[in-house]
Design a protein around this ligand. Structure first.
Ligand SMILES: [Mg+2]
Length: 135
């Protein structure tokens, strides 16, 4: 049995009769808003404990954010692992072929000349997404 977040969250959605789609789909505005609110609530809980902790609360709330984010992706039929892989691919292009890292004075990693932006629409199209198409 896989213990990836995507699989665990799928089990939860199936067990509780929550929406789960297999193809990227625009859902009803009410459902989309509901998912957005759930995620905002969890993000706010992270912000509450981010500085003062305790660390177990931070760990809990971070996990809640990821869990709800995977759930929201599942509701919309998005394979989030594939999207994360594309974001990672893009982020790694911030490292030049010479291994040089461009940083701002405050330490933020800058996009170098070899940077490639993530192509999330292409990832979703590979998953069967038809932009603006009927579900
Ligand atoms: Mg929470």
């Amino acid at each position: 049995m896989s213990s990836s977040p995507a699989e665990l969250v799928r089990q939860f959605h199936l067990a509780f009769g929550l929406d789960a789609r297999g193809t990227p789909t625009e859902v009803s505005p009410a459902l989309a808003a509901h998912r957005g609110e759930l995620l905002a609530e969890e993000a706010a809980e992270v912000a509450e404990v981010a500085v003062s902790g305790p660390l177990d609360r931070l760990a809990h709330e971070l996990a809640d954010v990821v869990y709800v984010a995977y759930g929201t992706a599942l509701v919309h039929g998005i394979d989030l692992d594939a999207v994360i892989a594309e974001i990672h691919r893009s982020n790694m292009t911030k490292l030049g072929p010479d291994g040089q890292i461009a940083r701002r004075a405050d330490g933020k990693v800058l996009k170098g000349e070899h940077y490639e932006a993530p192509d999330v629409p292409a990832v979703l199209r590979r998953q069967g997404w038809v932009p603006g198409g009927a579900a």
